[in-house]
Design a protein around this ligand. Structure first.
Ligand SMILES: *[C@@H]1O[C@H](CO)[C@@H](O)[C@H](O)[C@H]1NC(C)=O
Ligand SMILES: *[C@@H]1O[C@H](CO)[C@@H](O)[C@H](O)[C@H]1NC(C)=O
Ligand SMILES: *[C@@H]1O[C@H](CO)[C@@H](O)[C@H](O)[C@H]1NC(C)=O
Ligand SMILES: *[C@@H]1O[C@H](CO)[C@@H](O)[C@H](O)[C@H]1NC(C)=O
Ligand SMILES: *[C@@H]1O[C@H](CO)[C@@H](O)[C@H](O)[C@H]1NC(C)=O
Ligand SMILES: *[C@@H]1O[C@H](CO)[C@@H](O)[C@H](O)[C@H]1NC(C)=O
Ligand SMILES: *[C@@H]1O[C@H](CO)[C@@H](O)[C@H](O)[C@H]1NC(C)=O
Length: 576
């Protein structure tokens, strides 16, 4: 059966040729639409590295509902200029159905919007992955006892038939992904996800057009590497689509999501564990193209030097195991879509060089879990009113040579402003005093750029700080369901590093087991779910305050700042 818009194309073009491989059903594409069949291997190699236009068409209930306005073409120009080759477009369909079972009709306007956004990317000669996103948790959650699996199968099939029909004649640069991170915890769930991959393939093949030759990224439960390794099965051989596997990687959880005061990363054990994860997925799928369709270490809440080293190591490791990657960006992470600026330009430079296999010089930073203080060579932290002294920072040159250090267009004098000994750079007090004057304000004062003969340029941020102050140091527990804002007069890096919570009897408010972690992590809470911050101060989330309420004990919150060192913190007591 032909859908009406093919007939419209017939009328418009005046000529009509049968497209390749429609398997006799669905859309027939006009001769004007081009499709050069590609292999999954080539597609997966070509998309690397990619960028997710996150929190956009996936927002609930629709595009614009979250922190980003509707996407515009120039955002994809920004991504392309930054070196990205592909865009994953996460899309939530759940709130765009206009009918229920058995047809599950999708609003034509929404299908058109998706088609238009796909075109914006393809017009810029980039590759695309289109998916079904938060539907995974709104109506396809296999772990929810209420979920009617028959209805999930029916709905996913009907949905992909409509997406497949709408996008049937898009070129070979457009790929489809079954479903994003569908929850599943048992081998039975794993089997069901395999069935859904087949239902998806049947639906897009039935939709016709070029879909029988279109590249697809199939998934396992949760798009989790280990679960996919355990339960994934190849699709039915009747489908001729080139295919590979997509999974996601956000690990270690504590560092990536700033849980339990984990602001360090990069020990040999950290690296070995990351490599083992990536190697295990490759080890299970030796001859299948692989992509990590989401990963990130956001500048929002991670320590700079640790983040730079993670990016470098993650990209080198995924390359080693021949796995392509697509960076997650929720709009508050990397690209500031309004200003077109990347919030952490150095990490982007490290990333681009690592993708090409070029060695980067990197800053050293604390990795020892038993440390009481965190050092970072991405900063020269100067405490206000202390004497300015020479500062020595260790780096990993990784075979590169330092070619120059500059501040804007002004080059620093080697031997006078700084000296290099091995892979340590000492900045002289005399030079630092030109920036750190008695009247310099608190906060970031200058970025020194360290250029090397090869690889990314690094920056060292000269930042003056003192201990932030609170206008009040105690209050009563607020009403249930409300967050508590603790106003802070910031005094350097205007964000907290970690928050410790200890009850009046000396026990930890949450996660008692953190007593087995190092001194920078014991009794620390988790960013986002338990605390957050605004320009005004620290937010203790209602969820954490509920724990105070149920525990019935006044609780001391120790708010710690960067640099993480003895005394750079303030205390606030919530009384019950
Ligand atoms: C990497 O994987 C692609 C498929 O994604 C394959 O074409 C290529 O040969 C692989 N390269 C190496 C070095 O294994
Ligand atoms: C489950 O979904 C199917 C397909 O929509 C439907 O026929 C069936 O009645 C549903 N079962 C229940 C228990 O609701
Ligand atoms: C294509 O059509 C044949 C014959 O009807 C059928 O056996 C086969 O399953 C179809 N292939 C797909 C991918 O639907
Ligand atoms: C396959 O994956 C499992 C689960 O992650 C892992 O334990 C196993 O080592 C992997 N196998 C290979 C050959 O890498
Ligand atoms: C620094 O010293 C000045 C002058 O003694 C004093 O007024 C100011 O409060 C001090 N600032 C800090 C952050 O210690
Ligand atoms: C500080 O650095 C300068 C210039 O590199 C050097 O001459 C001086 O000896 C250093 N001072 C100390 C205390 O190390
Ligand atoms: C230095 O770079 C950081 C990160 O890009 C930026 O936030 C800061 O404003 C820059 N300038 C100064 C003077 O610190």
């Amino acid at each position: 059966m032909r859908v009406s818009y093919s007939s419209a194309a017939l009328l418009l073009n005046g000529a009509f040729a049968v497209a390749q491989s429609t398997n006799g059903t669905g859309v027939t594409c006009p001769t004007s639409s081009k499709f050069s069949p590609t292999t999954a291997s080539k597609f997966f190699a070509n998309i690397n590295p990619g960028w997710n236009v996150g929190n956009t068409l996936d927002a609930i209930e629709t595009e614009g509902s979250w922190n980003n306005p509707p996407v515009v073409g120039s955002t994809f120009d920004d991504a392309k200029k930054a070196g990205f080759k592909s865009i994953r477009i996460p899309i939530t369909w759940a709130y765009h159905f206009t009918s229920q079972s058995p047809d599950w009709k999708v609003d034509e306007k929404w299908l058109q919007r998706v088609s238009d956004v796909v075109d914006m990317v393809v017009q810029r000669d980039m590759w695309v992955v289109v998916n079904v996103h938060h539907d995974a948790t709104t109506w396809a959650d296999l772990t929810n006892a209420e979920t009617n699996v028959t209805a999930v199968e029916e709905r996913l099939g009907k949905l992909w038939k409509q997406i497949g029909t709408k996008l049937a004649c898009k070129g070979e640069k457009v790929a489809f992904e079954t479903i994003n991170e569908i929850p599943g915890t048992t081998p039975e769930h794993g089997k069901e996800v395999n069935r859904l991959n087949n239902i998806f393939l049947q639906a897009i093949n039935d939709a016709g057009g070029f879909n029988s030759q279109r590249v697809v990224t199939l998934v396992g439960a949760g798009e989790d590497g280990a679960k996919t390794s355990q339960w994934f099965e190849k699709p039915d051989a009747k489908f001729k689509n080139p295919w590979g596997i997509q999974y996601h990687y956000y690990s270690p959880y504590d560092f990536v999501f700033q849980a339990w005061g984990k602001t360090t990363w990069g020990s040999d054990a950290d690296k070995a564990s990351l490599e083992a994860d990536i190697a295990a997925v490759r080890g299970n799928f030796t001859d299948i193209p692989l992509m990590i369709g989401e990963w990130a270490v956001s500048p929002t809440a991670t320590e700079t030097a640790a983040r730079w080293r993670y990016f470098d190591f993650f990209i080198r490791t995924t390359s080693k195991y021949n796995t392509s990657t697509i960076l997650w960006d929720n709009g508050a992470d990397f690209l500031d879509r309004a200003t077109h600026l990347w919030r952490d330009p150095v990490v982007m430079d490290i990333y681009r060089n690592a993708v090409k296999g070029i060695a980067n010089a990197l800053p050293d930073s604390t990795t020892d879990g038993t440390a009481t203080k965190q050092e970072s060579s991405a900063y020269i932290y100067h405490k206000k009113n202390e004497t300015v002294a020479n500062v020595t920072l260790p780096f990993f040159f990784n075979g590169n040579k330092l070619s120059k250090i500059s501040l804007g267009s002004k080059q620093l004098a080697s031997g006078k402003d700084f000296t290099v000994s091995g892979e340590k750079i000492t900045f002289s007090a005399a030079y630092l005093r030109t920036i750190l004057t008695p009247t310099s304000p608190l906060g970031p004062l200058a970025n020194l750029t360290l250029a090397f003969n090869s690889g990314a340029a690094l920056t060292v941020n000269i930042l003056q700080y003192s201990i932030p102050t609170l206008s009040s140091t105690t209050s009563a527990l607020p009403a249930a369901g409300t967050d508590l804002l603790i106003p802070i007069t910031w005094a350097g890096q205007n964000r907290p590093a970690a928050v410790k919570a200890v009850k009046s009897d000396g026990t930890f408010l949450v996660d008692d087991w953190t007593q087995y972690l190092g001194p920078l992590q014991q009794a620390r809470m988790t960013y986002n779910s338990q605390w957050d911050w605004t320009t005004e101060g620290l937010l203790i989330k209602a969820a954490a305050l509920d724990v105070v309420r149920s525990g019935g004990k006044s609780t001391t919150f120790t708010i710690e700042f960067y640099p993480r060192e003895e005394g750079n913190s303030v205390e606030y007591v919530v009384t019950v």
